[in-house]
Write a protein that binds this ligand. Structure first.
Ligand SMILES: [Zn+2]
Length: 429
């Protein structure tokens, strides 16, 4: 693998407190040097003048849909979408068909990703067999084979005793439980946030408290047994308050928020756009403001996309029947930059931190930095680059996003994974 010299970019590497114009030299798949006036006669040069150079983004929460739903997404298409969005490492959720709940599943994923993945894929395994919520999986064996976390994502672990044991066992191995917090009894067949818009549209609501009760329960359980609970896709003000309080008490609780919950509210459902039907649902403006505040003050640690591809056929159904989920990998940075940095609510380095070294740390991955010797996973971003989100430009196999047709600003122009250029100027290399 040849050396690459990234010249004259503005490097932001929060782990090393770098926020200045620097050159970055990549050799043998690793960061060889970060400094000024670097030269390497043999190296391929990428001119990053006017561009920003970040550690590759790390996404804690991605649905690649393989095995089983290759009509929605595959490891190949999902990781191409990741590369286009500047994500160099993703954690794949286990709610595939079959569910990743045993050695054969992890082994399959590892060989399939070796063959097809353009970026690093770290598998999460199910908490319970078949995600049925009844019987816990073989945590030790799954960790040995490469599982970096456990989750029944897509479903809530409804049984409190199962959740208690999941937190106890994972604490022994020092891995997190990624927690989809929706009480199924309170959610029932709700399809949208229970509030003003659900009333107007006459749609069955999902109350904010359906999230709150599980967040409160699982923080209490983590406090009791000492495990690490990571709250996925936080959507309500009360959840933010509970997590803030849990952290203050010293509980090992971390949390993520999605770009769509940061940028959109229940109002996005007013047109019955099924692409705005997500789980947990888009909430009120008050909830959204509390998510931004929680992200700013560190209560919410990381940004994660919950990239959840669904086909046109599925999303063309009526609102009540369509599946929950939106894609997000390819424009997550642009959405967050527009919502947080362009509005002066957060500085760029903090946003980068929440998309790199922090999510990596939650999964205990040695990723998300430009330290000398680290894997050369790098994203080079043009903050001025505008794109209109459209079927013609998305690399994901599915197009389900409420941002379709919207023009956003701030996109990666080059992505390197392990020192290899995998995405450049709109194209997979
Ligand atoms: Zn989920």
């Amino acid at each position: 693998m040849g050396a690459i010299l990234i010249k004259n970019g503005h490097v932001i590497d929060p782990a090393n407190r770098v926020d200045a114009r620097r050159d970055v030299l990549v050799e043998g798949g690793r960061i060889a040097a970060v400094g000024t006036g670097l030269s390497a006669p043999e190296a391929q040069v990428i001119d990053a003048s006017g561009l920003y150079v970040f550690p590759g983004f790390v996404d804690l929460h991605v649905h690649l849909r393989e095995p089983g739903r290759e009509d929605e997404e595959t490891i190949r298409t999902g990781t191409r979408a990741a590369a286009a969005g500047g994500f160099t490492s993703v954690c794949a959720m286990p709610n595939t068909t079959p569910v990743i709940d045993r050695a054969t599943g992890i082994n399959y994923l590892r060989s399939a990703t070796q063959r097809d993945a353009l970026v690093n894929v770290f598998p999460a395994a199910a908490v319970t067999v078949g995600q049925q919520g009844k019987e816990i999986t073989e945590f030790g064996d799954l960790i040995r084979r490469g599982a970096v976390a456990f989750t029944d994502d897509g479903h809530c672990v409804a049984d409190s005793e199962i959740m208690r044991r999941a937190l106890e066992y994972t604490a022994m191995f020092d891995v997190p439980v990624l927690d989809h917090c929706e009480d199924p009894m309170l959610k029932r067949d709700g399809v949208i946030h229970e509030g003003r818009v659900s009333m107007m549209l006459g749609l069955r609501g999902i109350p904010a408290v359906s999230e709150t009760v599980i967040v409160a329960r699982d923080i209490a359980l983590a406090e009791y047994v000492g495990g690490h609970v990571h709250i996925q896709h936080v959507s309500t003000r009360r959840s933010v308050e509970l997590i803030r309080e849990g952290k203050r008490r010293g509980v090992r609780v971390t949390a993520e928020v999605t770009p769509h919950h940061l940028a959109l509210t229940e109002e996005a459902c007013l047109t019955f756009d099924t692409n705005a039907k997500v789980a947990p649902p888009l909430r009120s403006e008050d909830d959204r403001q509390s998510l931004i505040e929680g992200l700013r003050d560190g209560t919410l640690d990381a940004i994660a996309t919950d990239h959840a591809p669904h086909t046109d056929i599925e999303k063309d159904m009526v609102f009540t029947e369509a599946p929950f989920g939106t894609i997000g990998l390819e424009f997550a940075f642009a959405v967050c930059h527009g919502e947080l940095v362009a509005t002066d609510r957060m500085d760029l380095a903090t946003l980068v931190e929440k998309m790199t070294v922090v999510p990596a740390a939650i999964l205990r991955l040695n990723k998300g930095t430009l330290s000398v010797g680290a894997d050369a996973d790098i994203t080079i971003v043009d903050l001025g680059l505008e794109k209109t989100i459209s079927r013609g430009t998305l690399l994901s196999k599915s197009y389900n996003t409420p941002f379709l047709g919207k023009t956003l600003r701030g996109f990666p122009v080059h992505t390197l994974v392990g020192g290899r250029l995998v995405y450049s100027n709109g194209k997979i290399v």
